[in-house]
Design a binder for this molecule. Structure first.
Ligand SMILES: [Zn+2]
Length: 538
């Protein structure tokens, strides 16, 4: 009896909290008792007009109790039998999926074959959540978050490798070295380990930049951008110069990604298309090649990367003038040989870094997940998440769990949500299928997509000043099809403020649990590897 009363009370609370969701048309005041009364359980949880017809995979078994009970028992046994790995972490690979929100993981699982699928890193034994806010921002960008997860210090929006004393875009504040933060890659170098960065964005972008740069504005990737901000490039060193000549960047054994343009003056033609972006007559690629260190190699295409001689000690690979292409775009252009995959770059990086018997710290970013979401093209975001998942599987296959820690996380979330009550196995990129039979149609009588965004660019084909576009009149077949959103923005879709996942495997992976500040991540990794200035495991 008490239980029934409790259920009734909770359902009443739910109705009040929802403020009359599903109220009848004549419900003018959503908080009135009459309106609440008309909000029925049925409207909150509409019954399908016909039984769900699920796809075949696993479903015969799933309808039995034994299937779920055995799955659960085995899970408990796996957990109980898992021995803590308290070895010293010789190697660390730190993966960041830029903008890889929790709904992105869900959508990727379904795209890979089903809701029950696990991405490579979802099989890792330990996971937690990271809070992504920055010192002056509720919703973060990739620079303040990069500074947090790479250096252990939260800072101001869009500032990179400096603490919260530095205001955004202040030309000279970051020249004061006491404002600089130290990255886990520097701690690794100080301990005699090798260090490297891999990304699908420019190597001077915010996420990789947090490992070596100290600037008041993430946009200062080259001297032209510094000047555009009204600062003097002679007094404010751009990010590309900090990578090639800075205390940390100049010691990196591996630098792979996009961004040739930020390295070269506009008078130098690019290997593939266009010219450099700089305005100071410099060619930082040749400066890197000729700095006197032995066994250096510069590559700009997939073939040269895959044929890197084994005696290479320093590898600079820049595969685009700006960001690398979405993988789906590369495939559509039939240009797979022009650009390596994230997995191939990760394998190449590990091959070079593992030659150091003291170990290494490698940072790998799946940087274009974020770009897919910004353009509200979730097929691209999911496609890049699949590439990211493959790269992590490769790293876990190459490196032994006993001495190599792999940590996977994201910098911030995005506004994409998964909504409606689609049938199990429904194409994640399609309409919420229960709208098809007339049940669950939106209030405007149109069906809706399972994936949609809270905001998105006003230039999108999904924007209409007269209301939302009927999905039945839209083309969602392409990898870069725009998806619906609520609020039109003059820029692009924004980041979101919810927590991101943290997944760990290897020495001291059990520490990466609970709800933590994003800035705790490098300290935990440093503890496992006995590097840095904080607590150490040995
Ligand atoms: Zn972004």
């Amino acid at each position: 009896m008490y239980f029934l009363k409790l259920v009734y009370f909770l359902s009443l609370v739910a109705v009040v909290a929802l403020g009359g969701v599903g109220a009848s048309d004549d419900c003018k005041d959503s908080h009135s008792p009459r309106c609440r009364k008309s909000s029925t359980e049925h409207q909150m949880h509409p019954r399908p007009n016909k039984p769900f017809v699920s796809r075949g995979i696993g479903n015969a078994q799933e309808r039995t109790s034994d299937y779920w009970l055995n799955l659960g028992y085995n899970h408990v046994r796996d957990k109980v039998n898992k021995k803590l790995n308290t070895n010293k972490a010789k190697n660390i690979v730190f993966f960041i999926g830029d903008g890889m929100s929790i709904p992105t993981l869900f959508a990727t699982r379904v795209a890979l074959g089903g809701e029950e699928k696990q991405l490579s890193f979802e099989k890792f034994p330990y996971s937690g959540l990271a809070k992504t806010y920055c010192v002056d921002a509720q919703v973060a960008d990739s620079a303040c978050t990069g500074t947090a997860y790479m250096t252990g210090v939260k800072t101001n929006f869009m500032t990179l490798g400096v603490n919260g004393q530095v205001p955004l875009s202040d030309c000279k504040a970051a020249n004061n070295p006491t404002t600089h933060t130290e990255s886990i890659l520097k701690w690794a170098l100080d301990a005699g380990k090798s260090a490297g960065i891999v990304t699908t964005t420019t190597v001077t972008h915010a996420s990789p930049g947090a490992s070596y740069a100290h600037v008041a504005d993430r946009m200062w990737e080259d001297d032209y951008q510094v000047r555009q901000s009204g600062c003097d490039p002679n007094e404010t060193t751009d990010i590309a110069r900090q990578l090639i000549h800075g205390a940390e960047g100049s010691l990196f054994k591996v630098i792979l990604g996009g961004g040739r343009g930020h390295m070269r003056d506009a008078k130098f033609p690019d290997e593939e298309d266009g010219f450099g972006f700089r305005n100071d007559s410099r060619d930082l690629i040749s400066e890197w090649l000729n700095d006197g260190k032995p066994n250096k190699r510069y590559v700009w295409n997939r073939n040269d990367l895959l044929n890197t001689p084994t005696n290479t000690d320093y590898l600079l690979g820049l595969f685009e003038n700006s960001h690398m292409k979405f993988r789906q775009q590369t495939e559509e252009m039939n240009a797979q040989n022009s650009e390596p995959t994230l997995e191939e770059m990760t394998r190449s990086a590990i091959n070079i870094l593992k030659k150091n018997n003291k170990g290494f710290v490698l940072f790998v970013e799946g940087g274009l997940i974020d770009h897919g979401h910004h353009y509200t093209i979730p097929k691209a975001a999911v496609g890049e998440t699949i590439e990211f998942h493959k790269a992590i599987q490769a790293a876990r296959d190459i490196l032994e769990e006993k001495d190599s820690l792999i940590v996977v996380s994201s910098d911030h979330s995005h506004t994409m949500s998964v909504s409606g009550y689609p049938t199990r196995g429904n194409d994640i990129f399609s309409k919420t299928d229960r709208t098809l039979g007339g049940v669950g149609l939106a209030g405007d009588g149109m069906p809706y997509m399972t994936l949609s965004y809270a905001n998105g660019p006003i230039f999108s084909t999904q924007y209409s000043s007269t209301g939302r576009v009927n999905p039945d009149n839209s083309d969602f077949s392409r990898w870069n099809s725009f998806y619906p959103f609520l609020v039109p923005t003059t820029d692009l879709e924004t980041h979101a403020g919810d927590d991101v996942g943290v997944f760990a495997s290897g020495p001291h992976a059990h520490l990466f649990t609970g709800v933590m500040e994003q800035s705790h991540l490098p300290h935990l990794m440093a503890y496992a590897a006995c590097i840095g200035h904080g607590p150490k495991s040995c």
